[in-house]
Design a protein around this ligand. Structure first.
Ligand SMILES: Nc1nc2c(ncn2[C@@H]2O[C@H](COP(=O)(O)OP(=O)(O)OP(=O)(O)O)[C@@H](O)[C@H]2O)c(=O)[nH]1
Ligand SMILES: [Mg+2]
Ligand SMILES: [Zn+2]
Length: 281
């Protein structure tokens, strides 16, 4: 039901309304928010009176106050999209969130394709886990890090987010679905963000897949390159260098030397253009 939220309290879940809140300052509670509720005098419904300031917040999936996020991509079925991965990483960098990349379905390839992609991102400082729910590769490494705090699983549809959780947390059922044979894309099987307690003060968030992510949280195009940790920072001749046509640009030099990957630079340029386009309106 719209405007109705389940709030976890030490006495269990309480259905709560938040209507008044929207009108006052436009704050809409999202999954992961810490809230204060007042109980209705004559029933068991609560009213959300206050939403605490968020430590962090993702646009997609819309969750708050998470301690880590696993960005799950499958190497095949569906094929990995580096541009979507880079969009995600920008979002996490902006929130100072430690993102780890899970390359799932490693059982579907017999070459080193996924290792090449993996080392590309490892060299930038990201942690990469090669995983498969078929061979169980990587699952322990993921599980190990979920024991404390709130862990979110995010990524495109059909990559295996729910399947990984299903394999790690027996007893819980996460909605998983078959890949459609026709277009090899996953059907949207997880429809809601599901928060599941998995221990004392440990929660896991399974989230619906998505196929695009607009970088509307980057207000100023000059901020964008700060969210690319592999780009040399502050080494260009001009302080306001956008790393496009400017002379003596350290980022372009790094691309030519091969210390910054071409795909990253190209995606950066795509994002830059998008942000500029948006500012025109
Ligand atoms: N070969 C292979 N198939 C996998 C693996 N993990 C998941 N799958 C399959 O991929 C399909 C989609 O898995 P889901 O877990 O539903 O994917 P999801 O990321 O939760 O998708 P959404 O909920 O739509 O976002 C299912 O048919 C799974 O059986 C894997 O490691 N290897
Ligand atoms: Mg799912
Ligand atoms: Zn530059």
């Amino acid at each position: 039901m719209r405007g109705l939220y389940t709030v976890q309290t030490k006495d269990g879940p309480v259905l709560s309304k938040a209507r008044g809140l929207f009108r006052e300052d436009g704050t809409k509670p999202i999954v992961g928010d810490f809230v204060t509720i007042r109980m209705a005098p004559d029933g068991d419904i609560g009213y959300i009176e206050e939403v605490d300031e968020r430590e962090n917040q993702l646009l997609r999936p819309p969750v708050a106050n998470i301690d880590r996020v696993f960005i799950v991509m499958s190497v095949r079925e569906p094929n990995i999209s580096l541009v979507l991965l880079d969009r995600f990483l920008v979002m996490c960098e902006r929130e100072h969130l430690s993102a780890q990349i899970v390359l799932n379905k490693s059982d579907l390839i017999d070459d080193n394709f996924h290792k090449e992609i993996g080392s590309l991102y490892e060299n930038m400082g990201y942690e990469v886990i090669y995983a498969s729910t078929i061979t169980k590769e990587g699952l322990d490494a993921i599980h190990e890090q979920m024991k404390e705090g709130t862990t979110a699983f995010a990524g495109p549809s059909g990559v295996g987010k729910s399947s990984i959780l299903q394999a790690l947390i027996p007893g819980f059922t996460f909605e998983t679905g078959k890949i459609s044979e026709k277009n090899k894309r996953g059907r949207h099987t997880t429809r809601h963000i599901e928060i599941t307690p998995i221990g004392d003060d440990a929660y896991v968030l399974d989230t619906p897949g998505f196929s695009s992510l607009e970088l509307i949280f980057v207000d100023d195009e000059s901020d964008l390159s700060h969210y690319f940790p592999d780009f040399p920072q502050g080494e260009c001749r001009f302080d306001n260098c956008l790393h496009r046509k400017e002379p003596h640009c350290a980022v372009k030099a790094a691309v030519e030397e091969g210390t910054v990957a071409k795909s990253r630079y190209e995606n950066y340029l795509t994002f830059l253009e998008e942000i500029e386009e948006r500012r025109k309106y």
